[in-house]
Design a protein around this ligand. Structure first.
Ligand code: SF4
Length: 85
């Protein structure tokens, strides 16, 4: 990853605290990107081009095509991830 891009910071709507893009890129299970990474970062820079460059074609398509999860499902997943750390 490019340091000037990965060190960008924004407020995470899920955690309520600042996070770097590098966190968003690996905070899901198996160090995969957060499912909201496009929603959260598109206003800051061209996140889609960045993801295309960084991820495999398969992982990129999976991220772009995934359906939004409801809040309860997202919260339960976050709790599960926190338990596993
Ligand atoms: S992409 Fe995920 S981890 Fe990153 S700010 Fe958005 S909700 Fe938070």
């Amino acid at each position: 990853m490019e340091p000037e891009i990965e060190n960008q910071i924004r407020r995470c709507p899920r955690l309520g605290s600042p996070v770097t893009l590098s966190y968003c890129m690996k905070c899901n299970e198996n160090h995969r990107p957060c499912g909201k990474v496009i929603d959260c970062w598109w206003e800051c820079f061209d996140i889609k081009s960045y993801l295309k460059k960084t991820l495999s074609a398969e992982d990129f398509q999976e991220l772009v095509n995934q359906k939004p999860k409801d809040k309860v499902t997202s919260i339960l997943e976050l709790i599960e991830q926190a338990k596993n750390r």
